[in-house]
Design a protein around this ligand. Structure first.
Ligand code: SAH
Length: 373
């Protein structure tokens, strides 16, 4: 249920904005309860209900006293994204359209058996990066997600797929650029890591970024460090600027420099994602250049043959061409994988997330929808 009313109804005192507990990490929740005259330890109980048992209705938190539950209902909100649609692909992938408290919609994807269970989560409504091959980029940025909305997707998907008490991975590869919404993204990771909640290890989380260099430099100092994936996609400055416009500001050279300096744990490697576009960046020369750029780095390469979509002017290369490219990298001792695109029949694959429906659409969203049809 989404909490629409953030203002306490029928309160005797003047209407006050209710604090949304979904936005708070555990220390903040403890402080909020204490400020409302409650004991701090109830925050741990609430955390368990919300994150481990998927409950967002205070009335159902049965180890809290009735009077406390009534006070919580009166004084706090607990916003949870509402599932507006749940589409299943023939390959088992599920695409969820989630509605947020303000009526905006986002998409989150469940990808089973990769061999792990994986949730692909959004960090923004839309995206400002405008990569030419990505449908989300056509929407433009509508707004950032809050920490509670980012973590909320995981709560909702884990409950819907019955995985609340089972291991799963999270990839921040849905709509949006996580390092363009840095603080809420990192706070969401801390909330998901909380031991009284889902206790998700950062090793199970991958943050994928277009390569916002100052964001990477901040990330390098985080105590809670997710795995890192870089959307590289090109091997020369010119080619990358054409495909990934932020390259104008954060050049390929400065990005690779930040990657070389990035602190990695033993055995950890940076994943370089490389979307393959026929006749644009998929030649044997591109492959050789890519191998040279990554030489000596703790790197692996994930090739993503383009998932085509209406309005996207590029073409997916043949399997043979992808294979040849992969081979050149492998011969140069790079670990390389080809991403199997899951959920293409329900437009749930990489770069295909775009929200339809809902009443509020920005001009960019409307244009992107026109492009789709
Ligand atoms: N903004 C982040 C995360 C979201 S996209 C980033 O850029 O990394 C996750 C991955 O899907 C990125 O590597 C992105 O470049 C890729 N992608 C986008 N559109 C695609 C498409 N149409 N086909 C295949 N991969 C695509």
């Amino acid at each position: 249920m989404i909490s629409r009313a953030h203002e306490a109804p029928q309160s005797k005192s003047p209407p006050q904005v209710r604090i949304d507990l979904a936005e708070l990490d555990l220390p903040e929740m403890e402080a909020a309860l204490v400020a409302h005259g409650q004991q701090a330890f109830h925050a741990r109980q609430i955390y368990r209900w919300v994150y481990r048992r998927g409950k967002s209705d205070f009335e159902q938190m049965t180890d809290l006293s009735r009077p406390l539950r009534a006070r919580l209902v009166d004084e706090f909100a607990l916003s949870t994204p509402a599932i507006r649609s749940d589409q299943r692909s023939i390959d088992g992938t599920r695409k969820f359209v989630l509605e947020l408290a303000d009526g905006r919609q986002i998409e989150s994807v469940f990808i089973p058996d990769t061999p792990s269970m994986t949730f692909c989560v959004s960090t923004q409504v839309g995206c400002a990066m405008s990569c030419g091959f990505c449908l989300t980029g056509k929407m433009g940025l509508v707004r950032n997600l809050t920490a509670g909305e980012i973590a909320g997707q995981v709560r909702v998907l884990a409950k819907a797929t019955d995985l609340l008490d089972k291991p799963f991975n999270i990839v921040l590869m849905g709509m949006g650029e996580p390092l363009h919404n840095y603080d809420p993204t990192m706070k969401a990771l801390r909330m998901l890591h909380q031991e009284h909640g889902l206790a998700i290890s950062p090793r199970r989380i991958t943050l994928s970024t277009v390569g916002i260099v100052p964001g990477l430099e901040r990330l390098a100092k985080e105590p809670l460090m997710p795995n890192l994936a870089i959307s590289l996609h090109a091997t020369t400055e010119e080619q990358r600027t054409a495909l990934v416009p932020p390259n104008r500001k954060y050049s390929l050279a400065s990005l690779l420099d930040a990657c070389r300096k990035f602190p990695l744990k033993k055995r950890a490697r940076i994943t370089f994602e490389y979307v393959m576009l026929e006749g644009v960046n998929d030649s044997p020369d591109d492959a050789r250049r890519l191998a040279r750029l990554l030489a000596g780095m703790k790197a692996k390469v994930n090739l993503i043959p383009l998932n085509p979509a209406p309005g996207i002017e590029y073409t997916r290369p043949s399997d043979e061409r992808v294979e040849r490219f992969a081979q050149i990298l492998a011969e140069r001792h790079l670990t390389v994988s080809v991403r199997k695109s899951r959920g293409r029949d329900i437009r749930a694959a990489c770069g295909q997330l775009i929200v339809e429906g809902g009443t509020k659409k920005s001009a960019g969203q409307q244009m992107a929808l026109l492009l789709r049809s």
